[in-house]
Write a protein that binds this ligand. Sequence first.
Ligand code: AMP
Length: 192
Amino acid sequence: MSTRLILLGPPGAGKGTQAARLATRLGVPAISTGDIFRANVSEGTELGQLAQKYMNAGEYVPDEVTNQMVAARLAEPDAADGFLLDGYPRTEAQVSELDSILTGNGHELTHVVELTADTDEVVARLLNRAEEQGRADDTESVIRRRLDVYVEQTAPLVRIYAGRGLLVQVDGMGDVDEVTARLADALGSSAG
Ligand code: AMP
């Protein structure tokens, strides 16, 4: 069965690391909107220039721009038989866009996984990542803003997908390998 999975969770919950591991395991591409934006920023594209000011402030890039980018990415051949979305959808408007892309292709989501995390722990992790990777949006004030934006705009998506019977919650705290094992267990039992 094809896997069409969304990985939800606050910044710093470990979505990027786990997305890469899970995608390999499931044999689908991991599609990270944050990574696509960052690649555009480094390449200095028009999209990158537009996205950068939102990213640096910890705000979301406007839905229209993000939706168009994701529609184009999901139309690529490697996503035809499944995908893992990391960092999309993040707003209700993005949920609607994803629904219409999938409906248009005769596809459905198979899983929505929420990686849960403790706020103090994610702030500590992100500050640590700031030192290691030097991301422009990993300063403490921007981190706090990103967490607030997540609570305001993205946390409500958990209820939407729970209402559809698609949601699985997995504790994202602790050792990276342990979290991967939890995710594999959760998907194994819900995939049937
Ligand atoms: P991430 O790497 O997923 O933490 O994303 C980094 C930044 O990219 C976010 O703080 C947003 O500014 C932007 N971004 C990534 N995904 C989205 C999205 N689905 N909608 C709007 N902005 C996004």
